[in-house]
Design a binder for this molecule. Structure first.
Ligand code: 6PG
Length: 253
């Protein structure tokens, strides 16, 4: 089990997006300097959209080494790319179509083929980039996660059977809102990343944030994200952090 999570509280949603865009940029630069490659997995939902938009703007856009960056998804709804529920479709509009990244380095999860086949194909695609065997696990440099009010993260929902088989890296599941088939990275992959950032904003999620971070009883999917060796950071806005005990927040007075 990794270290205790670090908590960062941003003043509001837009400051949170700026902090996240800075983290994306500095991690990309650091990884490319060290090993000439940066692998990141991004989430869907509405929360990361402000950060995504910033990534195509200055000062971030030209500072990120896009030519050495590989973008993957934490999860996807099994719908077409033009469907408003498509995580890839939204990210494309928000930033991908405005950045100079080689197309073959945008690894979207297949939405329109049978989910089990999609999971298999995506695992194969990851294997090529990470150049590892099926018995191993990919180690992402950076993963951004979101969290729902019910404590789900990625497409790992409360009460769902722990997805793993038949593919250990990518699972096909059904659930969430919209309640459709989805592909999701598994806990095994998420927990092997070097850095995992949760981005959570808004009052509606404050009670779940408190449960996840303060309740020792591990029940919710978001509580099962405990990187084996990597860092875990919760980036919250003030509203999402509003119910946390004072001692949980580093600079609370
Ligand atoms: C997806 C997600 C999911 C999301 C949370 C929070 O549904 O595609 O990746 O886990 O991060 O549901 O969503 P919001 O940011 O919209 O609240």
């Amino acid at each position: 089990m990794g270290l205790q999570p670090q908590i960062i509280v941003a003043h509001d949603r837009s400051k949170m997006a700026e902090t996240a865009a800075n983290i994306f940029t500095s991690t990309a630069k650091e990884c490319v300097t060290q090993k000439n490659l940066f692998t990141v997995a991004i989430s869907g939902g509405s929360t990361p959209r402000d950060m995504h938009k910033l990534l195509a703007e200055e000062p971030y856009g030209s500072a990120i080494p896009w030519d050495r960056t590989h973008i993957f998804w934490v999860d996807e709804r099994c719908v077409g790319a033009d469907d408003p529920a498509s995580n890839f479709g939204l990210a494309k509009k928000d930033f991908l179509e405005r950045i100079p990244i080689p197309l073959e380095q945008i690894h979207f999860m297949p939405g329109v083929i049978a989910p089990e086949e999609g999971a298999k194909n995506y695992q194969g695609e990851m294997q090529k980039v990470f150049q590892i065997k099926e018995e191993d696990f990919p180690i992402f440099d950076l993963i951004f996660l979101g969290m729902g009010e019910d404590g789900h993260t990625a497409s790992l929902f409360p009460g769902a059977k722990s997805p793993g088989a038949p593919y250990r890296w990518v699972a096909a599941v059904k659930g969430g809102n919209p309640n459709v088939y989805r592909l999701t990275l598994t806990y095994d992959v998420l927990n092997r990343a070097r850095r995992v950032y949760f981005l959570v904003s808004g009052k509606k999620k404050a009670a779940t944030v408190k449960t996840v971070l303060e309740n020792k009883d591990v029940r919710l999917p978001a509580q099962k994200i405990r990187p084996v060796k990597g860092k875990l950071i919760w980036l919250l806005d003030k509203e999402a952090a509003s119910l946390l005990s004072k001692e949980m927040i580093p600079d609370a007075s």
